[in-house]
Design a protein. Sequence first.
Length: 336
Amino acid sequence: MLVLGLESSCDETGVALYDSDGGLLAHAIHSQVDMHEAYGGVVPELASRDHIRRLVPLLRQVLVAAGRSLGDIDAVAYTAGPGLAGALLVGASFAAALALARGIPALPVHHLEGHLLSPLLSSTPPQFPFIALLVSGGHTQLMKVSSVGRYELLGESLDDAAGEAFDKTAKLLGLGYPGGPALAKLAESGKPGRFKLPRPMLHSQDLDFSFSGLKTAVLTAVRERPLTVSEKADLAFEFQEAVAEVLVTKALSAVKSSRMSTLVVAGGVGANRRLRSRLDEYAGRAGVKVHYPELELCTDNGAMIAFAGSQRLLAGAKTRSDGSFAVRPRWPLVEA
């Protein structure tokens, strides 16, 4: 089964072809970072318009790279939510129209399910069941994953997600957009000891998160006095350490309490090198195996949507072929 995957939930346009027998054949991503940088964040209307411009060229690129044609595609999977409503509508309407024209089924896919299953695309995929730490954009969640479509929410952020905290802290430090990668790069030159930030909910005896207080602590430090470049680096270092410590502690607690030995980390923040380093270190001590997506698949991409769609179709998911579609800007994963 050859599945076309379309991702357009925010500021990346992703297109991919996944073969249930041959694996990932080709994928392409266009990032809108340069366009949104001038505004310091994503402008929804601009994002939607850019998705319209990019989908057809990216589809052609992927078909050529895979050596396939439109007639070879058996189904179209598209991100139906969560995300920006206008951006989601672009991908959904494109998928529905293409499916109707070709007489093939279209399948809505949950964006976070795509991230959740993306490590299964690696050369050494995890085996079900496992615990998943989802750290993608506005979401920080711990999930128990029994199989495709069987997800149990164990804990989540009660306010700012880790990715949001990274972006907001980067802005406080005067860094560019996107803030997360910029802060992580600055932290590489930072040193411990100068600042001490809180580790929110580290000892809360549950698996929930809270990062708004950490951001406020950074704001307090910034307002005390003008910071030098080295002080900003030290503050970025301490912030990253605080986030990593909380994420690692909670994730390993979830693995232990669930009596499992496998942890999957997915989403954009999962590409953070310091988080990966600390997870590998502490998980190794605890005898826990950690799986990550390939770095190129940590950010939003069509490959994860094509793969998730393929797995759903193989499991007998309902599809549409009449040209109708719907999007869900807010969509809990447990309802997928």
